[in-house]
Design a protein around this ligand. Structure first.
Ligand code: PBG
Length: 325
């Protein structure tokens, strides 16, 4: 027989030689949570193996990430409940937990890791929405932009290499870019959460950040039914000056990852979210799935779809395991 595709599958070495996709630790980013007012890292029950960190323990994590060759980290802050207000003003306070964490991590690792911060208000507002509310309770797009600019600037001042607006307000990338440039932060990169869907798979994250949200985010995050709109959002963000565009969640949106990757000339990121992590960990705990194989397959699938950068809660573990293999 002339054509036998199986010839290239005969040995591990042969398969390794012709593998089309490899996931390298350098392309991974580790999302991490830093919580105000705790003295010990606290495990997140819906995300076994993931923790809310203290300002000390986050430094250790950062060091481990560098040692393992992980590309970057994405920092999320969890303030005290009494620090939350309608605007989320602790988000741009230099003494807020997220800004202090950025500075601590930069002190620890310098430029050895890309230090990125989440630029969104939902962890800091009393109502848990990603922006400020009109009197009728609608999330006010244009009034929120100014607050995002303050937050991004405070993060750049704290030492962030990259900010990542995730609130899905229209025009947020252009507004933040202008604010950063005006203050001289021309080298601070923007990773835009471009195609972010109103997803049930964010569920465990709400526990991780102590979210106060009632209701949903459907008036600003995208409808899971919409594929073309994902590409449109990414193209708009690039036109506004995004350096990296992101699709989120990852695994259930690989069509959108593929569309964006085929159409843009900036790096494409995909965020494997808390629910994707929790489902696989739960199945593995029950002995229903081979944990490591499933993790590896999930990551290679996201890469195969076209993601250049992958945000994953398995970043550190995967990188450490890659060093041993
Ligand atoms: C909002 C934000 C969310 C996530 C990242 N940034 C939650 C949301 O939009 O409701 C979810 C991440 C995850 O589920 O792992 N700042």
């Amino acid at each position: 027989m002339k054509f036998r595709p199986r010839r290239l599958r005969t040995t591990a070495a042969m398969r390794g030689l012709v593998a089309e996709t490899r996931v390298h630790p350098h392309q991974l980013m580790y999302p991490v949570f830093v919580r105000e007012g705790i003295t010990e890292p606290t495990e997140i029950s819906a995300m076994p193996g993931q923790y809310q960190h203290t300002l000390d323990s986050i430094r250790n994590v950062a060091t481990h990430l560098v040692e393992a060759g992980v590309g970057g980290m994405d920092l999320f802050g969890v303030p005290l409940d009494e620090q939350k207000d309608k605007q989320g003003s602790i988000a741009w306070d230099p003494n807020g937990i997220l800004n202090r964490a950025i500075t601590a991590v930069r002190e620890e690792v310098g430029d050895a890791l890309v230090v990125c911060a989440d630029t969104c208000l939902d962890e800091f507002t009393s109502h848990g929405h990603c922006g400020v509310l009109t009197p009728s309770g609608y999330v006010d797009n244009d009034a929120t932009l100014e607050l995002y600019a303050r937050m991004a600037l405070s993060q750049a001042h704290a030492g962030a290499h990259m900010v990542s607006p995730s609130g899905m307000m229209d025009g947020q990338v252009a507004y933040i870019r202008k604010a950063l440039d005006n203050e001289g932060f021309t080298e601070t990169a923007i990773m835009a959460y471009s195609a972010k869907y109103a997803s049930a798979f964010f569920g465990p994250f709400r526990e991780a950040v102590g979210s106060t949200l009632h209701g949903d985010r459907k008036s600003y995050q995208q409808d899971p039914a919409n594929r073309k709109e994902g590409l449109r959002e990414a193209l708009l963000d690039i036109a506004e000056g995004a350096d990296i565009v992101m699709v989120k969640p990852a695994s259930h949106y690989l069509d959108v990852v593929g569309d964006v990757a085929a159409s843009v000339d900036v790096p494409v990121a995909a965020y494997q979210v808390s629910g994707e992590y929790a489902m696989l960990e739960a199945a593995a705990q029950n002995g229903w799935i081979d944990r490591e194989r499933a993790i590896d397959e999930s990551l290679v699938s996201i890469s195969r779809a076209g993601a250049d950068v992958i945000l994953t809660y398995w970043a550190l573990e995967y990188a450490q395991r890659s060093q041993k293999n």
